[in-house]
Design a protein around this ligand. Structure first.
Ligand code: SAJ
Length: 423
């Protein structure tokens, strides 16, 4: 099967780079997004996200006529669905977040009318176990004139698979090509055709399994990292209590040939590692005890940092009796969810800065070299440069280890370093 035309549904952090790679390797690509502004930006040869190298690839693909963006799906030979899988709103505090498949359902229903016999549909969105079968069921309900693999097996008209994306933000272009892919077809033929499609640009191995194992593989990778980071975060809290430098401790322990502890921080952010473990916990709450506990440890870390800041404010006031809280300035270094990116979504650093600005009557500075303007929902926070912050602030709160902060050496009495770069 030659896939001449490939359609990617959802042109976000995963969908757009994937669409651009297929186009760069010669496919005719139709990118579909519900957001007209996103579509317009891409059709003008530009991009609406920050990802190194991607702008040039998109620009060339659009100029060469290999990539176009639309709001309504059109006929293609293969469809890749890369839409978000958020949670349903939480009803009561402490409830286990439940995945919300509404965007996958909407994407399936939107492509159903343009599907034809022999088409391949791949779900790339990180999804709870069973989501690919559910997607196939939505497609089958919408197209009773076509046969689907869950009922008609290899003889069916359609091919369906799950192939989770696994690329690291900031390195997407390289990792799309180099990473191995896990391919979970609903039948062997579904997997075989998916491998053929990805081999257009993937140089890593395309390893075949079934859809449920592929779904679980992705959730397992991110849960593993979450559990490991929770271990580091718990250690940092224990060490604080015992007056031990956690960074030194971890570097010593990591000299053991079979130990590799990750780094503590202000919490776990982003839209993957802090989210995906819940897809396992919500499916198997009785069994997923460790994964659940790790989520709680990581989610509790921002509040622990905020409590440290409250203690520091009290200490500043005690040492400076002429000052009131209004006279105390707090500088938050970094707002992004991790180092050297501009992405503020689900960022523990942002959450901490926001809460400090709410509880503190004095000035709160944010230093974020990767953004030019603060989002307008951030109130009572001033975006300033590093030098001003170092000179004017009383409390220095290191939240994100951006490269711009690493070589800053300054003397200050009140430093709270959640990343261990100024220790
Ligand atoms: N973090 C720590 N300590 C560490 C490592 C990370 O606190 O030692 C924090 C980061 O600061 C950040 C969060 O964890 O807040 C997540 O960062 P990350 O770099 O670990 O991962 P993501 O969310 O950018 O990307 C992950 C990757 N998954 C794994 O490494 C297993 C990526 O390969 C996935 O494609 C991506 O999730 C995704 O889309 O699921």
């Amino acid at each position: 099967m030659a896939f001449e035309t490939v359609s990617v549904i959802g042109l976000g952090y995963i969908g757009l780079p994937t669409a651009a790679m297929f186009a760069a390797y010669g496919k005719n690509v139709i990118g579909v997004d519900v957001n007209q502004q996103t579509v317009d930006i891409i059709n003008s040869g530009k991009i609406h996200i920050v990802e190194p190298e991607l702008d040039a690839i998109v620009h060339k693909a659009v100029t060469d006529g290999k990539l176009k963006a639309v709001t309504q799906p059109e006929s293609a030979d293969a469809f890749l669905i890369a839409v978000p899988t958020p949670f349903l709103p939480i009803q009561n505090e402490g409830d286990i977040p439940q995945p919300d498949l509404k965007y996958i359902e909407a994407a399936a229903k939107s492509i159903a009318p343009v599907l034809k016999r022999g088409d391949l549909v791949i779900l790339e969105s990180t999804s709870p176990v069973g989501a690919t079968e559910q997607m196939a069921a939505w497609l089958a309900d919408a197209r009773t004139d076509l046969t689907f693999p869950e009922i008609n097996g290899e003889e069916s008209d359609m091919r369906i698979a799950h192939c989770p994306e696994r690329v690291l933000p900031g390195h997407v272009v390289r990792e799309l090509v180099e990473n191995d892919r896990v391919i979970g077809g609903l039948t062997a033929k579904c997997s075989e055709q998916s491998v053929e499609l990805y081999k257009t640009f993937v140089q890593g191995d395309c390893v075949v399994t079934n859809s449920r194992t592929a779904e679980m593989a992705k959730l397992t990778e991110n849960s593993c990292r979450d559990v490991q980071i929770a271990f580091a975060n718990e250690l940092s809290i224990i060490c604080d209590e015992l007056d031990i430098n956690v960074w030194e401790l971890i570097s010593l322990a990591n000299r053991h040939p079979r130990i590799n502890i990750l780094q503590p921080g202000p919490g776990v952010g982003g839209h993957c590692i802090a989210v995906d473990p819940w897809f396992i916990v919500s499916k198997t709450p009785e069994q997923a005890e460790l994964i659940h506990a790790a989520r709680k440890v990581n989610d509790a870390k921002p509040q622990w940092v905020i409590d440290k800041v409250k203690i520091a404010i009290a200490d500043v006031l005690q040492e400076n009796p002429s000052k009131t809280a209004k006279d105390v300035t707090i500088a938050c270094y970094g707002l992004a969810f991790k180092a050297d990116i501009d992405d503020l979504r689900e960022s523990p650093a942002l959450q901490i800065a926001q809460n400090i600005a709410k509880l503190h009557s004095g000035r709160t500075f944010a230093i974020e070299p990767n953004i030019k303007l603060l989002p307008n929902y951030l109130e009572n926070i001033e975006l300033v440069g590093t030098d001003i912050a170092i000179e004017e602030a009383d409390i220095h709160l290191m939240l994100v280890d951006h490269k711009e902060f690493k070589d800053k050496h300054f003397n200050a009495e009140f430093i709270i370093d959640t990343k261990g770069i100024w220790g």
